[in-house]
Each structure stands twice: as structure tokens, then as C-alpha cells.
Design a protein around this ligand. Sequence first.
Ligand SMILES: C[S@@+](CC[C@H](N)C(=O)[O-])C[C@H]1O[C@@H](n2cnc3c(N)ncnc32)[C@H](O)[C@@H]1O
Length: 220
Amino acid sequence: MHHKTATRTAREPAPETKGRTIRWARLYDFATTFLSFGRAGALRRTTIDLAQPASGEKVLDVGCGPGTLALAAKERVGPGGEVHGIDAAPEMIALAREKAAKTGATVDFQVALIERLPFPDDHFDLVTSTLMFHHLPGDLKRAGLAEIRRVLKPGGRLLVVDFAAHAESGLGHLLAVFGLSKDRSGVDPMRKLLQEARFANVEVLETKQQQMAFMRAWKG
Ligand SMILES: C[S@@+](CC[C@H](N)C(=O)[O-])C[C@H]1O[C@@H](n2cnc3c(N)ncnc32)[C@H](O)[C@@H]1O
């Protein structure tokens, strides 16, 4: 028997979604860790600073990719808190679970969709989502925001981080990734979507990262 084959866990099937999934999890993780010239690290640190996961809180990261932000949130909420990460790509979740096992962190990573969150109503203090919304068509953005609002506790908060520019074109995407774009035309449509989804006090937060939009909103 080959030891490697015996210990490898079977990969879960990928659920069907109209969102753009990323199946090349290891390359994505490598690129965001080593090829982003420190930008990805700075983005995570700013996200955590603005989201402020507090000791004992319940946190969900939606579209968590390889789990970096969820693992950082777990350090903040401590053993009395609870952190979950979901992603549509089984490869991302497998890698996130591997990282959690390596560090001994108890974070629950699940293959799941933003449009059908597997959590009860009014459960989370904080939901985060980074670089994910531009992967969703308009109707899924609306369905996803409704789901996030459902699983947030009353008074709970959402932090959405995404390219400030419309990131549909390949060139626009690249310019935004390398911080070369001054285009912030994606901010107003996202603010409108958050307001239409009945989030209160929608704020666009000022940061040094002009190419990114950091938006915070509350379940009133
Ligand atoms: C660019 S990655 C961002 C990953 C991570 N949040 C980060 O900041 O590095 C976008 C992620 O959204 C996931 N995704 C796409 N459609 C989705 C859906 N409908 N539900 C949940 N995740 C989805 C992709 O598989 C991918 O891992």
C-alpha cells in the first residue's frame, strides 16, 4: 500500500455555482504569499485591523480561499471564540484545513456557497469577505449579501474588501493588483448593493490602499 494514498483524504465534490471558483489553490496561495511583493500581507493586516475580531466573538470568512484571514481571526478571538471559513472550491478548503492542522488552530473550514450559507440565523458577530465579490454575477452578489445578513446577529458587522475598480477586465484586474489603478468606480455600486440588502451605516473606510475598497456595514 502506498502510504501517501492511504492518508490522503478524499476531496469533496465542488458544489455548482455561478460564482468563479479558483481550483488552483496551491498556486493561488503561493502567488498571494510570495509574488505579491508584500501587498497580500498588508491587505490581511489592514482587514484584521478594521474588522477587529474581539476575544470570544463568532466570525465567518466567506470565500476564504486558503484560509489565511480566518486563521488570523482565530488568533484574535481566542479559545472562547469561534471561526468558520467557507469556499466553493474543495481544493481551497483542503489547503485551509491543512494549514489549520499544522498550526493546531481550531477553525472550521467547509466547502459551501455564499448563496446557501450552512449556518443558523443571527449567529455571527462578524462576517468578512476579501477579494471575493468580483467573482460573483450581480444576482449572486444580492443573494450572498442576503445570506450574510441572515447569519449575522442583530448589531453584527460585515467587512467587505474588494478591488475599488470594476475588476471585470483582465487589464483592470492586473492594474488593481499591482496598485497602479486610480479607478474607484466599483465603490458606489457596492455601496448601493449593501444598502439594498438592508445593511445599516454603510461606510467606505479610508486606508493607504487606494486600489482596494474596504466597506463596513451593520445588521441594524
Ligand atoms: C480571489 S479568491 C479570494 C480568497 C481569499 N478570500 C483571499 O482574500 O485571498 C475568491 C474565492 O471565492 C471563491 N468563490 C467563488 N464563488 C463562490 C461562491 N459562490 N461561494 C463561495 N465561494 C466562492 C473562489 O473559489 C475563491 O477561492
